[in-house]
Design a protein around this ligand. Structure first.
Ligand SMILES: NC(=O)c1ccc[n+]([C@@H]2O[C@H](COP(=O)([O-])OP(=O)(O)OC[C@H]3O[C@@H](n4cnc5c(N)ncnc54)[C@H](O)[C@@H]3O)[C@@H](O)[C@H]2O)c1
Length: 426
């Protein structure tokens, strides 16, 4: 018989954990959110959100006001624990699982027979099984699925998250989910948990497959973007318009090439493929090469800017956009930040950085000589070279007249219509 949950704990209240906690609370279930960040805990308990995400503030406020969501610094007993802590890369591109280890140590003392533990953090294959082993070492009084199989006291599963920043509240409910159990009973129990708030379909599998599904999705995207980025470099060398080549190639019924850009950023696509490479470096050759191609693209953009800057005595370079993708304020792993940083450190010219979604330069760029932060109009007035790095809607209003007599390097093909009428010095 289906057993409903009355109390669920979410460990890690960031971009993934907080919307998950608030959504579950909105279904009438008591939710205890846990975070090591005191500021986040305090803000959430006042009904506020510590990052920008549409509609999330309303959801959190309602959950806190009705008393269904509480934030704490340490876990307390619950029927299910959802772990959504960071899984970044180390400096040598290996998965850093220390946050999962810490989360495991914090929930071990409060675990009780019958509990479910679900890992949501993007993780290398085998992490969920390792989580079970770590918990078993910390709680020898309980039995775990990797040893006791279907009869285990604790159920353990992996359920990756696929929500898109900017649409999280909607996609958390609408998206299909992949649920991988360490046993079939673990998967079935986790399915009951997700069915309390997911309207999309839930597909049940084993934990390793579910872990690899998440990594595969992002590696697939990365490889396809790398193809487009490599093609853009080929076209550059051959003096051919890459946007036109892609447009015409995509008229083939079975070809669908993505759009190139200045590189790949963010905390998922630029990170997750490395988890596969780290596990099986000898066979993940294409995935590794795609990472290298995408990581190399910012250098190619800088080389192009350097080449054009050489014709000016004191070049002024407007760099439009700093975030890792359009219409967000998220600068994590952003190739645009990387490009601006390189131009400044190589002293290629004076840089005028524009980013309409933030108030001031990020710490990685702030306070550097030869770099100023300003709005798009002022930057284009002063610039000899205009570099479009992010296809923000805000840059749509740039007119052909503002680009006249400038070198324009459009890394996104965003101003193609404008460039057709601009007379550009080459
Ligand atoms: N953000 C996304 O769009 C996205 C999408 C899919 C998957 N993911 C994955 O989800 C996981 C979480 O990502 P995120 O974007 O929510 O990260 P985040 O940095 O926004 O949030 C993580 C939170 O966990 C907290 N934390 C760290 N250690 C903790 C501990 N031991 N106990 C309790 N709290 C702890 C941090 O203080 C932080 O608030 C990562 O593995 C990420 O790769 C993220």
């Amino acid at each position: 018989m289906r057993h409903q949950f009355s109390k669920i704990s979410v460990i890690g209240l960031g971009y993934i954990g907080l919307p998950t906690a608030a959504t579950i609370a909105s279904r009438g279930i008591e939710v205890v959110g846990v975070d090591v960040n005191d500021r986040a805990v305090s803000l959430i308990n006042q009904g506020h959100v510590h990052f920008i995400e549409p509609d999330l503030d309303m959801l959190v406020r309602a959950a806190v006001t009705t008393g269904r969501l509480r934030a704490l610094a340490k876990p307390e007993p619950a029927e299910a624990f959802i772990v959504a802590v960071p899984t970044p890369l180390t400096a040598d591109k290996r998965p850093d699982l220390s946050y999962i280890d810490a989360a495991v140590r914090s929930i071990a003392p409060v675990l009780e027979a019958g509990n479910l533990v679900v890992l949501e953090s993007t993780s290398p294959v085998g992490t969920t099984a390792q989580l079970a082993k770590s918990l078993a070492e910390l709680r020898p009084d309980l039995s775990f699925p990797h040893e006791a199989g279907e009869r285990s006291d604790i159920r353990i599963a992996y359920c990756p998250e696929r929500i898109l920043p900017g649409r999280m509240v909607l996609e958390l409910v609408e998206n299909d989910r992949i649920i991988g159990g360490l046993t079939a009973t673990c998967a079935a129990r986790a399915n009951e948990l997700y069915k309390t708030f997911v309207k999309g379909s839930c597909f049940l599998t084993d934990a390793s497959s579910a872990e690899l599904v998440k990594l595969t999705e992002n590696a697939y995207r990365d490889v396809n973007i790398a193809f487009a980025n490599e093609l853009s470099m080929i076209c550059d060398r051959l003096g051919v318009d890459v946007w036109r080549v892609i447009e015409l190639s995509n008229r083939h019924p079975r070809v669908n090439i993505l759009q190139p850009g200045p590189g790949v950023g963010g905390h998922c696509i630029a990170v997750d493929p490395w988890f596969i490479v780290d596990s099986v470096p000898e066979v993940a050759r294409l995935i590794r090469t795609a990472r290298d191609v995408n990581d190399g693209k910012p250098h190619q953009v800088v080389a192009k800017i350097r080449r054009h800057a050489e014709r000016f005595k004191d070049p002024v370079i407007a760099c439009l956009g700093l975030s890792y993708k359009a219409n967000v304020d998220d600068l994590r792993e952003s190739p645009a930040v990387d490009i601006v940083g390189q131009i400044v450190s190589e002293r290629i010219g004076k840089v005028l950085a524009v980013e309409p979604h933030i108030e001031s330069l990020p710490p990685a760029l702030a306070g550097q000589d030869g770099l100023e932060f300003m709005d798009v109009r002022a930057a284009l007035e002063k610039a000899d070279i205009a570099v479009l790095l992010v296809d923000h809607n805000a840059f749509r209003s740039v007119e052909a007249a503002q680009l006249l007599n400038k070198i324009v390097i459009d890394t996104r093909g965003f101003w193609r219509d404008r460039l057709a009428v601009v007379e550009r010095p080459n």
